[in-house]
Write a protein that binds this ligand. Structure first.
Ligand code: FAD
Length: 324
């Protein structure tokens, strides 16, 4: 295949999200000899970010800079990206299956009158056909999909496709396209962050998730401490969110976030099917639960049967000894 693929990069707090680099790697997998064009929408100058995309494998980058792109809105980003698509006429578009990707991709696909494969965990070239793999039935099975006409448009699940090695010797053009982003029916006045600063849950390599067994908001404190020692993020079951131990933005599962970290530690979580839907594809699952018959042990690679209030402090102490 020797075509042109647009990778829509995403930023958070002025930095590129890792899934943007994973999207470039996905593009390279299916388009080894073709061109990969990164796209960045921003209110500020994005030349440094564009350079970073090139270091991670983009051949060139198009930026759209406009005051109305300060915060994400589907209308604003939609106008910008549609203009880039119009100018570049790509054969494929790849973006992260993040909150933004989930919101924007169906709208763009419908405007572009093309198919969309969402939440792919792998992409490959079989003959000259691009084949996407995505989980179905809450992660119990995988389906392989192709797009039969139009642009190959896909969103990829964070943490599933390894990024290419960062290479500072790579060079590429960075050009900006003028788009008059206007007539927005939604204007973001203020962003109120409910989760703490630190590692983004959906991209974290380590997730410590607490359930109703944690018993209180205070009970989550040792989980935050463990997350800090391991450089991870804290998540939660809906049971813990419903009980007001933490914010719903931490919820993992069918109606929450889907995560695929290298290490998932489920603490005081029973393992309801709706929770498993959000974490069962994690690479290594450790469960801590005082009930040896708890369903979470059926998906765990390692299980600790015990009281979490005794086990977590021991883990913190031990991991502190080996943490670099
Ligand atoms: P519980 O099931 O109450 O489990 C608590 C666990 O803690 C128990 O296993 C207990 O043995 C253990 N425990 C208690 N004390 C200790 C201790 N001291 N030390 C160690 N272990 C201890 N749930 C989600 O998580 N995410 C979703 O997205 C989601 N979506 C849903 C959508 C729908 C439509 C529905 C109907 C439900 C959904 N749920 C979801 C809810 C789900 O069915 C469960 O109710 C929920 O996951 C249970 O949370 P839990 O495991 O924390 O609580």
């Amino acid at each position: 295949m020797s075509e042109k693929i647009l990778v829509v990069a995403e930023t958070k707090d002025g930095e590129l999200r890792n899934v943007s680099f994973e999207a470039i790697a996905a593009a390279r997998k299916i388009n080894a000899g073709g061109e990969i064009v990164g796209v960045i929408c921003a209110a500020e100058d994005a030349n440094d970010l564009a350079q970073e995309l090139i270091y991670y494998g983009a051949d060139r980058v198009v930026t759209v800079q406009h005051d109305n792109l300060k915060s994400y809105t589907s209308e604003g980003f939609g106008q910008a990206i549609l203009k880039v698509v119009d100018e570049e006429s790509p054969d494929g578009i790849i973006m992260g299956h993040t909150s933004i990707g989930k919101d924007l991709s169906p709208k763009l696909a419908s405007k572009l009158n093309t198919g969309l494969v969402s939440d792919a965990v792998d992409v490959e070239l079989v003959g000259d056909q691009v084949v996407f793999t995505r989980p179905i039935y809450s992660g119990k099975a995988f389906e392989k999909k192709i797009i039969t006409s139009g642009i190959s448009f896909v969103t990829i699940r964070p943490n599933n496709i390894s990024t290419l090695e960062r290479d500072e010797t790579r060079t590429g053009d960075v050009a900006s396209i003028d788009v008059d982003v206007k007539d927005l029916r939604t204007v973001i006045k203020e962003v109120v962050r409910k989760t703490s600063e630190g590692v983004d849950l959906s991209e974290a390599k380590v997730v410590i998730a607490g359930g109703r067994g944690v018993k209180s908001a205070d009970g989550f404190k040792p989980l935050y401490e463990l997350a800090e020692v391991l450089g991870g993020a804290v998540g939660a079951s809906r049971g813990a969110c419903d009980a007001d131990y933490c914010d719903y933005s931490l919820q993992i599962g069918q109606t929450g976030k889907v995560v695929t970290p290298d290490l998932y530690i489920a603490v005081g979580i029973s393992g309801a099917i709706q929770h498993l839907a959000g974490m069962s594809n994690s690479k290594v699952i450790v469960a801590i639960n005082k009930d040896a018959d708890s369903n979470i042990f059926n998906v765990a690679d390692y299980g600790i049967v015990g009281d979490l209030f005794e086990v977590i402090p021991m883990l913190i102490e031990e991991f502190k000894k080996v943490a670099v």
